[in-house]
Structures are given as C-alpha cells and as structure tokens.
Design a protein around this ligand. Structure first.
Ligand code: GLN
Ligand code: ZN
Length: 769
C-alpha cells in the first residue's frame, strides 16, 4: 500500500519564499539567491515528507508564483505582448515569468499582468492562461525536469512529478479571440505534453500525477470525449508510465463513468468532500479491473485532525473489495491550502485547541499512520498515535470551549419570522426616506478610508505593547474625527467612521467573537508572495460584548449627518475562515448570523440609523456544481436575513458586494432584501446593472462609479456619464452614488480628489432630473 501526497505548501514554514520574493522584486537579492531559497524549501519539503513515511513524494508541485503559470511557461503559452522579452539573444525566463505574473513597466515597455482568478472554490488565485486562435505551443521551461532531478538526488525513492493535465489547463484559460473553443488547441498542445513525458521517462520517472480538477465541474459530452481521447493517447504512447489521475474539491458525479474507464494506473478520490464515492465505485465492476484507487482521506482543505478510526474503516472497505495492492492513501487534495506546520505555533493557540489541529506537516503523519495501521494493526507507535487521536476527538466532542448549550439552543429556536423585516420594502422605503431626508442620488462610501502608515504603525506599536490602550484609542479617535470633518467638508450625505481601528474586515470581528481563534503562523498562500492567515472557527460562536458600537457612536456624536454602522456579514466571516467540521457549515453560519444580529440591534439602540453588513464573499461560496447552488443560497441568504432583520423599519440596512457577476444569483441577491446594496460596476461600464434591470430589482442600489483599485482620479464627466446610464435602467429614487469598494488601500490625496468629483457628479445628475 502506497502512502503518497498530492502537493506540499511551498511558501516555507516561516514564509521564507515570501520574503525572498519580496526582496528579489525590490532588487535586494539576486536571481541566484532567490533560486537558492527556493531549492532549500523544496529539499526541506521532500525530506519532511520522506521522513514522515510518504513513499511516493510529489515534485514539480513547487512554484515560485503559481503552478498554472508554470504550466504556461512549460508549454510556451506566452501571450503576444510578452514576446519582446523572448526576442533577445539570451531570454531571461525568470524575468518573463514575473512579468507575466505581475506586469512590467520599463522604458516604453508597459506590459499588463495576466489575469488572476480563484482556483476552484479555494482562496488560492492562479494566473489565467491566455490563448489565441493561432496559438502555438513549444517546450520552453525546464522546470519539471530540473525539479525531478533534484528530488531524485534528495530522496531514497523515485519522486512523482505533478503536472496540471492538458484538459484542465485549457479549460482554466481564456480565449483572446472569440468564436473558437479552446479545447480545439489540444492537438497542438499534446505534442508538448508528450515531449515532457518522454523526457521524464528518460530521466527514470515511473509515476506521473496528472491533475484534472475540471472533473469536479459539470462537463459537456464533448469535453468528456476529449478527456477520454487524451488519456488513451498518452497511455498508448507511454504504456509503461504509471499515470495517476487526480481531481478534488467535489465528487466526480456524472464524470465518474468516464473516469473509471480511463486507461490510467490510479484514480484519486477526494473522500472528504465526497465520502460516498467509494461505495458507489466499489459496487460497479471496477472491482474486477486493475486500476488502483488513491483514497483522499485526510482533509487538505481544513485544519482539523483526522478521525483515524473512521478512515481505517474506509480503508478496510477498500482493501476488502480490491486488495491492499490497489489502494493508495493520500490527503484529499494538495496540502497547499493549509498552513505548513503546527509545531511552529508557540503562543497563538491554546494547547487545548492545538491537540485538535493538524497542519500540512501533521497531515503527512496521519497519512503515514493510516497506511501503517491498515497493514499492521498492532504496530506499536502507530497504535499509540491512534489511541491519542481517538482521545483527542473524544475531548473535542465534549469540550466546554466548543459546546455552548445556550448558543445551540438559540439556533434550534430560530424561526422564519426572525429572518424577516417588519414590513415590505416599499413601506420601509417611505419611512426611511421620511426619517433621513436624503437628497436624490445620496452619496456615501463603502466604509474604510486610507490605512496610512501612521495607522498601521500605531496598531503595531499597540500590539507590541509599546503604546498603551489609552494612547492607541486616542489616536483612533483623532483619525476618526478628522475623517468625519473631512467627509462633511467634501459634502458626502451618509458618512462612515473610516474603520481605522480594524486590521482586516474578518479578523477584527473574529478577535471579538468567542469560538474563533487565531494562529500565530498559520499562513496559507493566496497568490504569489501574498499569504493569508484565516481565523479558525472552532466552537459555537457568540458575541460576549458589543463590537462596533463604541466607534460608531463616537463618530455619530461628532456630526448631524447620518453615520453608517459597518459590519462584516456571516457568510463572509465563514467563507474566509477555517470552519469547524463537526457540524454543517450552515449551522456555523447561522451562529455567526445571530451574533451579528445582536450587534445590529445594539447599533440601532445606540442611535445608528443606517447599518451596512458587508457580504463580499457571498458569491464565492457557491458550490462548484450548479445542482448544489440552491441548497447553499438558501442558508446563505437566510443567514444574512437573520443578521439584518432584528431592527425597526426605519433603520436602513445596506449590504455591499465587490464583484460584477450577478446574473446567476440575482434572485438570491433580491431575497437578501437589503434596503440598499452597493456593488462594483465601474469597470464594466454599468453593464451589470442590466441584470438588476431585467430582474426589476425592487430595492435601492448604489452602482460603484469609480474603480478604487488604482490611484487614478475619475473626472466628474465620466461619473455623470455612468450615473446617467444607471438612470436609464433603474428608477432615480432607488439610486445611490458611491465608489466600487472601500478605500483602505488608497492614499488620501487621490481619495480627496475622487470623492469631491463624485459629490459633484451626484449634484449634476440631481439637477438634471
Ligand atoms: N467595509 C469594507 C471596506 O470598506 C468593505 C470591503 C469589502 O467588501 N471588500 O473596506
Ligand atoms: Zn468591496
């Protein structure tokens, strides 16, 4: 029985790669020094896996920036604008690689970075390949061969190169020219993959892992046929190479029949996301074939310890049906999505919580322990680990840190009624307009103002204990006061307090809620050198005390204009955290919703008449398969409504979402029944408002009139133009005027200019109606 792994975090257990990349980009270290750091991380990773007892260790899972971009370089899919970087006697491939990832401005060369988007339903972002109709491919980068050689030198066993499969690679890309199907490029692409395989074969490789995560999505018949022909062809040309086909994050679903027929040596199953898949497979005549099954038993997407006893039962089920020689043990997906090593946590988490957690390094031990125990149940060390594991799980089930009966009871007693505002929107709108007496096209912002160096420095000093709480709070108060004065001067209608006291929109609430913990070093790669440290929702969530009332009330006390209260919604807190796995996500989300609801009610009682509940992550929570969308949207919408519905009709609830694809979920957005929604629209020239218009969206809406992602100051005329477009599709009385998103990452000079212009644009449009 083989213990293997699909991929290991490459950022380094102390973010060594992040540091090296940032230094390299700042020209503080040489390419050679960067490569040295990278090589050290790879070797440490390989040895760690080998020492843990993984016998088939992946290579080429490392990346300096992104594995999809690596594939683009391997097959020479270089967008035309980057060609000048190749047309030199000795092209600098590393320079080209980072130019594609991050853009490059040098002399009269201004190369726009390639697009980045989320990797399936994870928080990892990949660089989207760009294909043209006349696309050609050729072997360009030697990375996979070099890393295979390096791994071979390092390990006692033959490493397993990981390649993003050709079908997923093409499907993850986008076409520059319209009217052609990117899968038609397969004929041109496959020869390069074959070149790669034959080189690897010459180097002595036997196992090759082909990741085809597109198998987690709904595929057309044509796409399935393509997959079948690709793997038949690769098998025919390389009959002795052992191909392991991996997909994850979802069941194979309708793609399963196809997958089971592919001429590959092994098929990987994500048994965490899709536990029933194994039973389904074992009930077919697959049992009589020779193909191996790689059982993804250890959760590669979350940080909880495995239930080893339960996994062993699954292993027994498999070995009984197909024999141990056809069974492989693995994490459910690459370990890229979890932090590196729990043993680097010295102070962040309590020892109590620690015993229930497993990061990448600990997950390797779990895979190895399962492999040993399933072959040798009495193995002394492994048996001891099993006993400790079961004891920890037992303690977790019974822990009073996790189980808060009052929270659970409140959830059980939640009624439909609590998820409904008093009266219909139309009636609420009248009362709210009477109360706030705002002009037509009221102006507002999304919440945060520039987080200047001074703001960050003060927070850091306070955290380090260099500044006292009193000093820190005095600083926040003065920043907030300046922001209020400044907004009055600019002439905004609905003000915000500016969020100077917040480090991050989820972390801030996570730290104030019970049942949520923060690691010290639990970094996960988000893209390139950027890492995030997701909160860990470990137990029943509740709010021990008001979280935002104080600053909201303070800000409101400074002005006669309405100040908008500012909260992060339950779905977003859930989506950007590691979520407990011992109850449905729905229940955790509703607990968060009840906590936010209490805050909303407290804000109202403190005299805050307008409250915004941000839900920028609502859409990204959508399951990969459409058939599961409704179930998700049901509870996600319910959670928002629970959070929003504790208040009187005259209290105006806003929500905010920063993305532009609403067509698919416009019904759910309307079901949120927020009095006002502010959204990103400026980059799509208001096109997305069509979705709202077609749907006859009834509530108020603030389409963003300028892009906050760049320092560029928009002119009054262009914002007037956008607003006029909006009035042609939606009633003027429902429209608000605001930027696309929060202004946290901007600087004050451009913020001032842009918002002055925005207020002026609103004035112009008001006069015109
Ligand atoms: N209120 C938050 C801010 O202004 C919203 C950010 C977001 O939705 N991404 O920063
Ligand atoms: Zn936003």
């Amino acid at each position: 029985m083989i213990a293997h792994n699909l991929g290991y975090p490459r950022i380094g257990s102390h973010r060594e790669l992040k540091r090296a990349l940032d230094q390299f980009w700042a020209k503080k270290i040489t390419p050679q020094q960067l490569q040295d750091v990278a090589r050290q991380i790879r070797q440490a990773n390989w040895l760690t896996q080998q020492q843990a007892g993984i016998t088939l260790v992946p290579c080429n899972d490392f990346s300096l920036y992104d594995q999809v971009l690596d594939m683009s370089l391997t097959v020479g899919a270089i967008p035309k604008r980057f060609q000048p970087l190749l047309d030199t006697p000795e092209p600098d491939l590393l320079g080209l690689y980072f130019a594609m990832a991050r853009g490059q401005q040098q002399g009269d060369l201004d190369l726009k970075a390639m697009e980045m988007t989320k990797w399936f339903d994870t928080n990892y972002h990949y660089i989207v390949p760009e294909f043209s109709a006349d696309q050609t491919f050729s072997l360009l980068s030697e990375k996979v061969f070099t890393e295979f050689e390096e791994a071979k030198q390092t390990l006692d066993t033959l490493p397993k190169p990981v390649l993003l499969g050709p079908v997923s690679y093409l499907l993850l890309g986008k076409t520059k020219d319209t009217g052609f199907d990117r899968l038609t490029l397969l004929d041109r692409l496959l020869p390069v993959y074959e070149q790669v395989l034959s080189r690897l074969q010459e180097q002595g490789a036997d196992w090759i892992q082909f990741d085809e995560p597109c198998l987690a999505l709904d595929l057309t018949i044509n796409q399935r046929d393509m997959l079948a022909s690709v793997y038949r062809r690769l098998h025919d040309r390389f009959p002795t190479l052992k191909l392991l086909l991996a997909s994850y994050f979802e069941c194979y679903g309708d793609n399963l029949t196809l997958v089971l027929q592919l001429p590959v040596e092994a098929i990987h199953l994500d048994l965490v996301r899709c536990p029933n898949q194994l039973t389904d497979i074992l009930s077919t005549d697959f049992v009589h074939q020779k193909t191996c099954l790689s059982l993804g038993l250890v959760d590669g997407r979350n940080i909880w310890i495995n239930d080893l006893e339960k996994s062993l039962a699954t292993l027994r089920q498999a070995t009984k049906a197909i024999g141990p020689e056809r069974v492989m043990v693995a994490p459910s997906c690459s370990l890229l999505h979890v932090p590196c090593d729990l043993s680097t946590e010295t102070a962040g988490l309590t020892t109590q919580l620690n015993q229930w957690l497993a990061f990448a390094r600990q997950k390797l031990d779990e895979v190895a322990t399962l492999t040993i125990l399933s072959q040798e149940p009495g193995h002394p060390q492994a048996a001891a680990r099993l006993a400790a594991n079961q004891a920890a799980l037992q303690a977790r089930r019974e822990s009073s840190h996790i189980n808060r009966p009052a929270v659970q009871q409140r959830l059980r007693q939640l009624t439909e009624q609590q998820a409904r505002r008093g009266r219909e929107f139309a009636q609420r709108q009248t009362v709210q307009h009477d109360r706030h007496k705002l002009p037509l096209f009221p102006t507002t912002t999304i919440g945060s103002f520039p987080q200047t160096d001074a703001v960050r420095a003060n927070r850091a000093k306070f955290k380090k204990g260099v500044k006292t709480l009193t000093e820190y709070e005095a600083f926040i108060a003065s920043e907030t006061e300046q922001a209020i004065r400044w907004q009055e001067e600019v002439g905004l209608d609905v003000l915000v307090h500016g969020e100077f006291e917040r480090n991050d929109m989820v972390e801030y609430f996570g730290e104030l809620l019970d049942g949520i913990a923060f690691s010290e070093n639990g970094w996960v790669q988000s893209y390139g050198s950027r890492c995030v440290k997701p909160p860990i929702i470990f137990g029943d969530v509740y709010r021990p005390a008001a979280m935002t009332v104080r600053w909201a009330q303070f800000a409101q006390s400074l002005t006669s204009k309405p100040v908008k209260g500012m909260l992060t919604g339950p779905v977003t807190i859930l989506q950007w955290s590691f979520v407990r796995d011992d109850q449905p996500r729905r229940d955790t989300c509703l607990q968060l919703a009840l906590a936010i609801r209490d805050e909303v009610v407290d804000l109202e009682a403190a005299g805050i008449g307008i409250i915004q509940i941000d839900e920028p992550a609502l859409r990204e929570g959508l399951p990969l398969r459409r058939e599961n969308w409704d179930a998700y949207l049901d509870w996600a919408v319910m959670a928002f409504r629970v959070a929003a519905s504790g208040v009187q009709d005259q209290t105006q609830i806003h929500t905010h979402m920063c993305y532009a694809e609403f067509n698919d979920i416009i019904g759910a957005i309307a079901d949120l029944d927020a009095d006002v929604i502010t959204i990103e629209t400026s980059r799509s020239q208001m096109e997305l408002l069509d979705a709202f218009a077609r749907f006859a969206y009834p509530n108020e809406i603030g389409p963003g009139v300028y892009d906050i992602h760049s320092p560029r100051v928009p002119s009054v005329a262009e914002m007037v133009d956008l607003l006029q477009k909006a009035t042609t599709v939606l009633p003027a009385r429902n429209l608000w005027v605001n930027p696309d998103c929060g202004l946290k990452t901007r600087r004050w000079p451009e913020t001032t200019e842009a918002l002055k212009n925005m207020v002026q644009a609103a004035q112009t449009v008001r006069e015109a109606v």
